[in-house]
Design a protein. Structure first.
Lengths: 277, 265
């Protein structure tokens, strides 16, 4: 995967991507959006994949669920992976289902020894069945559990060490959770094993006010904020020229805006490493 | 300390839209700044919004027909009885047509279930497997004496739809056309439709009684001879050669098999 920044691939931009061939390094597709047996979306993905490296980013595998690994979901992911041969496959350090019922949201885990053993075992099992390493992403959270005994950053690092997975470090998610729970973003970065971080995410968030207090919501509906760009510089300094993605899902702007955000990421990386990609 | 399973069961229940609060979670979530209920509400809202967004994407005509407020009310009720059972949200609309049909079985909106069923078949056709065209050379090599035994296969995107209402006209007026829909007469005619995917998108074709019987026969994996017999019974004017030609060239019929005859067995 090139260090030149990529952008999230959204269906509204399919035709424009093929026509304009924007100068981005790669695309990241949400795996579940291409789980269909056939049809136009898959055809677009094939054609875009012919010209760009691709990452598959899942939101539905529910690796942190107490349920057993969802074999059917994994089978569909494996089928898509065989079809498009992605450079990276990633999922989230979260859960979204229990007892076979899904919230279809990235729900927070209690950071306990039990959860650590469970999610690490499921990630290892998924990697065995896929026949490859996957990356696991930290999520934004809006609550903490009283039973959590391990700081999130230590939990994520331990998951990577125990399961052998890589880390997709979402800097906006670190920032959102740090603001919501009052922890230090720099300490988070420093807790990550250097060699495990293989991808960075940048995105926007939305502040909401409740009872006179601010809470940040990870909406992926806005430009990357100044504080997250600063965090990006710190992450590049620590982890090197890691492939970086601009994520934008809601209130999707024109493709050119996403490309401009990717260009900004490239400028920061090039300034830091003093050479072009 | 709760187990992971205990915590997740309680959490999912608390954000599922089901009535009743959870004192368990009130004790399990750190209050720091905001109440546990306020924090849980963010996840409850996200989960509901994701479910409703998926429904809205699958049923744009129903959304336009009933308006967002009533659509969301129906969606919330559907979510309580038919929660998502997959990490892929695109499946959640499967139960919506039956739900709407039951809700409006005896009122003036009894066509809504059929319009929703048509929209769901449209979604299925969009995402069905691809298939190559029929091998015409292989078909030409079949001896005429064996034509009756031919078993044709339809393209995976093919869906057959029947309704006593003009469901396609209703759909078309609310989705395909941006203009304000004109008034439609619910008694203007029943639908018997073939839907299938082409390179240009989903095609809708109104079928005559003989064509309907013929395609229904093929879809039920009847042999060609039996399908023609059913079609001729429905419409004595049924022209099997012309219809077969049209279906093959339209990529509706995409494969055939020839069962072994008695001598070969």
């Amino acid at each position: 995967m090139p260090a030149h920044a990529g952008i999230g691939l959204r269906a509204q931009h399919h035709a424009e991507v093929l026509n304009e061939r924007p100068a981005v390094g790669w695309f990241e597709a949400h795996s579940e959006n291409y789980f269909a047996d056939g049809g136009a979306h898959l055809d677009y993905l094939d054609r875009i994949r012919a010209d760009y490296p691709l990452s598959l980013h899942g939101v539905g595998l529910s690796l942190g669920s107490a349920d057993p690994l969802d074999r059917e979901h994994l089978r569909r992911l494996a089928r898509l992976s065989r079809r498009v041969e992605p450079a990276l496959i990633s999922e989230h350090l979260s859960w979204s289902s229990v007892g076979g019922t899904f919230a279809n949201d990235l729900l927070p885990l209690p950071y306990t020894e039990e959860a650590l053993r469970h999610v690490s075992a499921k990630i290892a099992q998924a990697q065995d069945l896929l026949g490859r390493r996957i990356l696991i992403e930290n999520v934004s959270s809006y609550l903490e559990f009283s039973c959590s005994r391990i700081p999130e950053w230590e939990f994520l690092a331990a998951v990577a060490t125990t399961s052998g997975c890589g880390i997709l470090l979402d800097l906006n998610n670190i920032y959102v959770s740090a603001c919501n729970h009052g922890f230090d973003t720099q300490a988070y970065l420093e807790a990550m094993p250097r060699n495990a971080v293989e991808e960075l995410h940048l995105a926007g968030h939305t502040p909401v006010i409740h009872d006179g207090r601010e809470l940040l919501i990870d909406t992926h509906s806005a430009p990357v904020c100044a504080d997250v760009w600063q965090l990006y510089q710190a992450a590049l300094a620590r982890f090197g020229e890691v492939p970086t993605l601009i994520e934008w899902d809601a209130d999707l702007p024109p493709l050119a805006i996403l490309v401009a955000e990717a260009d900004k990421a490239n400028s920061i990386r090039e300034a830091l490493y003093a050479h072009a990609a | 300390m709760p187990t992971l399973l205990e915590l997740q069961v309680e959490f999912l229940h608390a954000i599922s839209g089901a009535p009743g609060g959870s004192t368990f979670l009130q004790r399990t979530i750190r209050p720091s700044g905001f109440s546990p209920a306020r924090r849980l509400a963010i996840y409850a809202n996200n989960a509901e919004a994701n479910y409703l967004a998926s429904l809205r994407a699958s049923f744009p005509a129903i959304l336009r027909l009933v308006g967002e407020a009533y659509f969301n009310q129906c969606g919330r009720e559907l979510r309580r009885t038919h929660p998502s059972r997959s990490g892929d949200l695109q499946h959640v609309g499967a139960a919506f047509p039956t739900y709407l049909a039951a809700r409006h079985r005896d009122d003036a909106y009894r066509y809504l279930g059929d319009v929703a069923r048509l929209e769901w078949l449209y979604q299925e056709a969009l995402t069905a497997a691809d298939h190559a065209s029929l091998d015409l050379g292989a078909l030409a090599a079949v001896p005429p004496a064996r034509y009756e035994a031919l078993c044709f296969s339809l393209h995976p995107s093919v869906r057959l739809f029947a309704s006593p209402f003009p469901a396609h006209a209703i759909w078309d007026a609310n989705v395909a056309s941006a203009a304000e829909p004109e008034r439609l007469d619910l008694d203007q005619g029943a639908d018997r439709l073939l839907l299938h995917r082409t390179a240009g998108g989903i095609v809708f074709q109104q079928l005559k009684p003989g064509e309907w019987a013929f395609l229904h026969g093929l879809a039920c994996t009847c042999g060609f001879g039996a399908a023609v017999a059913a079609a001729t019974q429905a419409d004595p004017e049924f022209d099997a050669v012309a219809v077969l030609h049209q279906l093959v060239h339209g990529n509706v019929i995409v494969a055939f098999a020839l069962p072994l005859d008695a001598e070969q067995q």
